[in-house]
Design a protein around this ligand. Structure first.
Ligand code: DP6
Length: 334
């Protein structure tokens, strides 16, 4: 019997310089380069088995079989891509688990498609390097190409039409800046209304601020890299915060308007700004959801959490350090 199985763990990443829009929707080629940090503590673990006896692809997430819908479609499309590249033609069983809520603006698709790509390529015996894996993961979900690598990562937008030069590269590994912290505050673990894929299409087609966003983003990406290498929290955080607010300006100015924040998000921004005025070196970033991620240093985590104690609407929080890239592990999920 020809049966091959592999398991990978990948961590989500949080963009400091955001990706919001594609120049090729099908190949997921972005309009701008983006820069992220891969997080430890949060993860997706995925086991893939290809088997000539299987009659269709099967996928389960967090102990639930997924029988239809866009998520299953995207998983099958990624498996098809792996089959096409490896020139092998077996169906797969995919079992996946996250240790954090899906689709709450926590970039769960980044760890999901990075883990699926790495486990899938290994299970089918398709030996490729991380750059090539990043190109495959990108086609599952753009941000996933960054989670193949650990630490601080740049996804270069590339120039070619076929997307072969649009992949992620490590700027500095997870040990480079050991006291860098991201505190993920979960204010609303429910699924977001308009998913990123749909939302960014709307923005590209309708926001008058979109061209200005591209220009400012290139500038932000150039500057932040140097500050990351210098471990300059104040400047890194300032640029990340501005870049995030510009992305949300693009979202809000889209037609229909995309407002991912809720009242708690705004209350938290207000609290963070008050802490900044009191001299604390902290900054925030927000993705396509209401949750806020605080960028700070280890020495300030406790003070920040104490200041946030009077915010009863925070359901949960996770303190993360820069984490490792996707990797193969031995213990399978089935
Ligand atoms: C706001 O990678 O989820 O988190 O490529 O369509 O799957 P698709 O989108 P996705 O978008 C992430 C958008 C973001 C910003 C970022 O992570 O850079």
């Amino acid at each position: 019997m020809n049966k091959i199985k592999a398991t990978a763990i990948a961590h989500p990443n949080i963009a400091l310089i955001k990706y919001w829009g594609k120049r090729n929707d099908e190949l997921k080629i972005p309009t701008v380069s983006s820069i992220s940090v891969t997080l430890d503590n949060l993860y997706t673990k995925t086991t893939v088995e290809f088997n000539e006896k299987f009659e269709e692809d099967k996928f389960s997430l967090n102990d639930k079989t997924v029988t239809g819908g866009v998520v299953l479609k995207r998983v099958i499309e990624l498996l098809d891509l792996i089959r096409k590249h490896s020139k092998k033609n077996q169906f797969a069983k995919v079992v996946s688990e996250n240790n954090f809520p899906d689709a709450a603006g926590l970039a769960s698709s980044s760890s999901a498609f990075a883990a699926l790509t790495m486990a899938g390529c290994n299970a089918i015996g398709y030996g490729i390097n991380k750059k090539e894996m990043s190109i495959i993961a990108r086609q599952g979900s753009g941000s996933a190409c960054r989670s193949i690598f650990g630490g601080f990562v740049e996804w270069k937008k590339g120039k070619k039409d076929d997307g072969t030069d649009s992949f992620a590269e490590q700027i500095a590994d997870e040990k480079h800046w050991e006291d860098f912290r991201i505190i993920v505050l979960i204010v609303n673990p429910k699924e977001k209304k308009i998913k990123s894929t749909e939302g960014m299409k709307i923005s590209v087609n309708s926001s008058e601020l979109y061209e200005a966003w591209i220009k400012a983003s290139e500038n932000d990406a150039g500057k932040i890299k140097q500050y990351l290498l210098e471990k300059n929290l104040t400047e890194t955080g300032k640029i990340a915060e501005q870049n995030c607010l510009r992305m949300h300006s693009v979202m809000i100015s889209s037609d229909p308007s995309l407002i991912y924040w809720n009242p708690e998000t705004v209350t938290l921004i207000d609290k963070i700004q008050a802490m900044q005025s009191n001299g604390l070196d902290l900054h925030f970033t927000i993705d396509a959801g209401p949750n806020i991620k605080i960028i700070c240093q280890e020495k300030d985590v406790e003070k920040i959490l104490n200041c946030l104690e009077q915010a009863p609407f925070i359901h949960d929080f996770v303190v993360c350090s820069p984490g490792k890239g996707a990797e193969i592990v031995d213990d399978h999920l089935f």
